[in-house]
Design a protein around this ligand. Structure first.
Ligand SMILES: N[C@@H](CCC(=O)N[C@@H](CS)C(=O)NCC(=O)O)C(=O)O
Length: 208
């Protein structure tokens, strides 16, 4: 197998999804720093891989994939059948829908909280936007909390690709100082994730 290449800096939530997947599947790989202080996204070489000039991008032999959740799905389908990639279409759709939910519903609220509190100097923070997003994201986490009241992981009793985007988001959320609702089932699931070596290595990093 040609070694898998992952482009992207390790503190990016979207790169973390891919790295955690690679870690769970124990895939030989090389990660190439790009984005943020490492730059490289504005080069012609990178634009040929990913016309969006964003991270992550993965290169697996002849196959190039971008969009973080698409990368996770590709790796799970190719290397994680029966584990990260549920074989049953119904079970797989459960994993799929929570991946889409993370990207479409949760991330647009997590982003302004993170960006203001972590990447913006205090005097330029839009705290109204932070408080608005924090109130709305709390209700979203409660939806996931009710879902996890009835199952150990997002798509059933074992870790699947459905846990990956949300598991990266929960680490970030828990590390941001905003008011949070009581989330007992999310808390129990988050505790389980923190026992996993690949999660510890690739996701439990300083939120910067
Ligand atoms: N929807 C895309 C978003 C990708 C994205 O916005 N990546 C950010 C990092 S999390 C990026 O490339 N930022 C520019 C940079 O790091 O220089 C995905 O899920 O892959």
């Amino acid at each position: 197998m040609t070694e898998l290449a992952i482009w992207g800096r390790p503190n990016s939530i979207n790169v973390q999804k891919v790295m955690w997947t690679v870690g769970e599947l124990a895939l030989p790989h090389q990660r190439i720093d790009a984005g943020g202080p490492f730059g490289h996204l504005d080069t012609a070489e990178y634009a040929r891989l990913n016309p969006n000039r964003k991270i992550p991008t993965i290169v697996d032999g002849e196959t190039v994939v971008w969009e973080s959740n698409a990368c996770v799905r590709y790796l799970a389908a190719k290397y994680g059948r029966g584990s990260l990639w549920p074989e049953d279409p119904g079970e797989r759709s459960l994993a799929d829908r929570w991946m889409d939910w993370q990207l479409a519903e949760l991330q647009p609220l997590l982003h302004p909280i993170f960006w203001n509190l972590v990447r913006t100097p205090p005097e330029r923070r839009d705290m109204d936007a932070v408080h608005r997003a924090a109130a709305r994201i709390g209700s979203l986490w409660q939806i996931l909390d009710r879902h996890l009241a009835e199952r150990r992981f997002v798509a059933g009793d074992q870790l699947t690709m459905g846990d990956i985007p949300l598991g990266c988001a929960v680490w970030r959320y828990q590390n941001l100082r905003v008011e949070k609702p009581d989330l007992p089932h999310v808390g129990r699931w988050f505790g389980e994730l923190q026992q996993r070596p690949a999660y510890r290595t690739h996701v439990m990093l300083p939120v910067t």
